[in-house]
Design a protein around this ligand. Structure first.
Ligand SMILES: NC(=O)C1=CN([C@@H]2O[C@H](COP(=O)(O)OP(=O)(O)OC[C@H]3O[C@@H](n4cnc5c(N)ncnc54)[C@H](O)[C@@H]3O)[C@@H](O)[C@H]2O)C=CC1
Ligand SMILES: O=C(O)[C@H]1O[C@H](OP(=O)(O)OP(=O)(O)OC[C@H]2O[C@@H](n3ccc(=O)[nH]c3=O)[C@H](O)[C@@H]2O)[C@H](O)[C@@H](O)[C@@H]1O
Length: 397
């Protein structure tokens, strides 16, 4: 058993703390947010993450606002938000690095730009980027497809990998480990922008995006995941990490045209969806950046809402407070009341099961824009809706 310190009690830090405790380690988790630490001490978890609250309840973890000095390994899980020009802001990371004790193994789990670890004097420093998805954080941490550990000190990297138990490991140097993280998120973004443009093309040529992606996903070289079109990709990481990698490439005089195009396509997608929405009273079904989370950071739904002219309300199963001038209501029926148009922006499974005739009755003109391909088209049309569905030519879905 090792004594492990985790700094930052957000999505990554809290998951890391809970899962490492579950794997049998002695964990202390520190955060600068006093109120959050107080809530965690009372076993109150703000995040919607399956299994996380249960793990935190099962295992003794010390939560503190005091920097954990007496530890064998210190996991850095603090934010690295986009700075003014797209570069990652490393203020919090440097703040932590400045306090780590000499004989502690420093583990960089925050997503940091290529070259960051090399610039840190502390030894050993192990780059151990995190690949968990929100909504699957615990599962992804405990059963990772791979754990990447990079360090000039290979023995230290091996010791960090061993903390995870029996998992597939990629053992490499710091810089390669850092680039792997950005490469993965950026590649996913490229794939999504590609599919969103295909969806637009489908609408023009009379093809069906579901059929096109079905034909694509059966090709193992392409892979089945990340082929669902949507209102644009968002969340706390894909947008910031693509911009950070573009900044790194620019600084090295490397023209990363595919990635630049993916980012531009995503901006275009948000504008394109906003233009599809006509009406003075608009109801949004879904605000979070994807289903299964209450995270609103860089949500395409909010970006689209900002472009809409008219009165905008929303219903989202994970959100109960008004946000950005959008009135949030408690049920889909309430949302439909007197609306000109409803727009599905998040792929919550429950949106497939709504009472469409009841919703149509409450609206002025039953129009539904489905950006996620989640509603049952035939039922929605039967209920009297005009359905506009991304990637499907009118009347063919
Ligand atoms: N959210 C995600 O799904 C993933 C995030 N990442 C990366 O992990 C890092 C953390 O992201 P999240 O967990 O989403 O952030 P978060 O915003 O959910 O949590 C960060 C926590 O760090 C605390 N904090 C800030 N400065 C601090 C300091 N100086 N000392 C101690 N605590 C401090 C904040 O109060 C907050 O509780 C980022 O670099 C992100 O790119 C990587 C993979 C997945
Ligand atoms: O670095 C991170 O923070 C994490 O970023 C993403 O995870 P996450 O932000 O939780 O979200 P994703 O599941 O990747 O979805 C990103 C966006 O793409 C959209 N998406 C995803 C898949 C798809 O088929 N279609 C689609 O539009 C989602 O709705 C969402 O807006 C990566 O998937 C994680 O591996 C990574 O660790």
């Amino acid at each position: 058993m090792h004594r492990i310190g985790v700094v930052g009690a957000g999505y990554v830090g809290l998951t890391t703390a809970a899962c490492l405790a579950h794997l049998g380690h002695d964990v202390v988790c520190a955060d600068v947010d006093e109120a959050k630490v107080e809530r965690l001490r009372r076993n109150e978890v703000d995040l919607v993450e399956p299994g996380l609250a249960e793990l935190l309840e099962q295992h003794e973890i010390e939560f503190t606002t005091v920097f954990p000095h007496e530890v064998d390994f210190l996991f850095v899980c603090v934010p690295t938000p986009a700075g003014e020009h797209g570069e990652a802001d490393l203020t919090a990371v440097h703040d932590v690095v400045a306090q780590v004790r000499e004989d502690t193994v420093l583990v960089l789990k925050s997503t940091v730009p290529v070259g960051t670890a090399q610039g840190i004097a502390h030894r050993p420093t192990v780059s151990n980027p995190e690949f968990l998805r929100e909504g699957h954080a615990v599962e992804d941490f405990l059963r990772p497809q791979r754990v990447v550990v990079g360090s000039a000190d290979r023995e230290a990297a091996r010791r960090v990998a061993a903390l995870y138990g029996d998992v597939p490991v990629v053992l490499t140097d710091n810089t390669t480990a850092e680039l792997i993280k950005y490469a993965c998120n950026s590649f996913l973004a490229v794939k999504l922008s590609f599919v969103n443009t295909l969806a637009e093309l489908c609408e023009q040529v009379g093809a069906d995006i579901d059929g096109v992606t079905e034909g694509m996903r059966l090709d193992e070289r392409i892979g089945a995941a990340f082929l669902r079109p949507g209102p644009g990709w968002g969340g706390s990481c894909l947008p910031k990490d693509t911009r950070a990698l573009l900044t790194t490439a620019r600084d090295q005089d490397v023209e990363f045209a595919t990635l630049r195009a993916a980012v531009d396509t995503n901006d275009h997608q948000v504008r394109r969806i906003a233009q599809m929405i006509e009406g003075d009273r608009i109801g949004l079904l879904g605000l979070t950046f994807k289903a299964g989370t209450n995270d609103l950071r860089d949500s395409p739904a909010l970006a689209i809402a900002r472009l809409l002219v008219g009165e905008v309300s929303a219903y989202d199963p994970a959100i109960s407070h008004d946000i950005d001038g959008i009135t949030v209501v408690g049920t889909p029926e309430e949302l439909a009341d007197g609306r000109d148009v409803l727009v599905v922006l998040t792929e919550w499974p429950e949106f497939a099961e709504l009472d469409w005739p009841a919703l149509a009755d409450r609206m002025t003109t039953p129009v539904l824009v489905d950006t996620r391909g989640v509603v049952p088209a035939a039922k929605v049309r039967e209920a009297g809706f005009r359905l506009v569905s991304v990637g499907h030519p009118d009347g063919r879905h």
